[in-house]
Design a protein around this ligand. Structure first.
Ligand SMILES: Nc1ncnc2c1ncn2[C@@H]1O[C@H](COP(=O)(O)OP(=O)(O)O)[C@@H](O)[C@H]1O
Ligand SMILES: [Mg+2]
Length: 229
């Protein structure tokens, strides 16, 4: 296992205004975490325990009340919103439980999008997008829109999109929560393959003990705290 640190978070706290009372709902309290290169980390925890909140903060989609997220030695709090968007697009592959594909675009266009946003030419982006779709066994669906794809195919397209810019870190929020066993297997095998082949780090939120068991590190969020399981 490499000890190169890809991302670290320290002292992360986050609360939300409670709808029912004056007090705030403390979701995360002084959470610290280090993600090393090539390591697959699973986070488990009951529904509402703050897993998605943590993932969003780590990926720069949301801000903590307190604490810092450090990416390759730089705090995300130093980034303005354009820099943050650029950082996310180039370095982090997000995979959500629901695919979040753009409905009016084809699979090929959806997968190409992150590279086009990063300034890549259409030709180059399309070539790589087709290679990725092919890796997931869905190159023949490249001109289909999300609504014309099955749930498993949609999730494979969103994995391909997440990988488009060769991210060093994949943040996956219950990526197989809606999938059958076959598609779950395809998505998970791909995460492990990426790690083995390219040293990609993966932080994975999951409810499934089987998946957690395969990962290198398992952490649990409980009562706002993150601890090794
Ligand atoms: N934007 C928000 N405003 C208010 N409360 C929120 C918001 N986002 C999440 N919460 C609350 O914070 C808690 C943790 O949510 P979340 O991180 O989505 O949990 P998990 O992913 O573990 O199910 C839940 O009680 C949820 O209702
Ligand atoms: Mg969640």
């Amino acid at each position: 296992m490499s000890s190169e640190i890809v991302l670290s978070a320290s002292g992360i706290s986050k609360s939300y205004k409670s709808e029912l009372s004056e007090s705030r709902l403390q979701v995360l309290e002084d959470v610290s975490l280090t993600i090393n290169k090539g390591v697959i980390t699973s986070i488990v925890g009951s529904s509402g325990s703050g897993k998605s909140t943590l993932l969003h903060i780590l990926g720069g989609l949301d801000k903590a009340d307190k604490g810092e997220v450090i990416w390759k030695g730089r705090s995300l709090s130093e980034f303005n919103s354009d820099q943050l968007a650029d950082f996310r697009n180039k370095n982090i592959g997000f995979v959500f439980q629901f695919h979040h594909l753009l409905p009016e675009f084809t699979a090929l266009e959806n997968v190409s999008m992150p590279a086009l946003i990063a300034g890549e030419s259409i030709d180059k982006a399309s070539k790589r997008a087709i290679e990725l779709l092919d890796r997931f066994g869905i190159a023949d669906r490249k001109h289909h829109r999300p609504s014309q794809l099955s749930g498993g195919e949609q999730q494979r397209v969103s994995m391909a999109r997440a990988l488009m810019n060769n991210p060093g870190l994949i943040l996956a929020d219950e990526p197989t929560g809606n999938l059958d066993d076959v598609n779950t297997g395809i998505i998970l095998d791909m995460l492990f393959e990426l790690r083995d082949q390219f040293g990609v780090s993966v932080l994975l939120i999951t409810h499934e003990p089987e998946i957690a068991k395969r990962s290198d590190v398992i952490m649990e969020i409980k009562n706002g705290k993150l601890n090794p399981l």
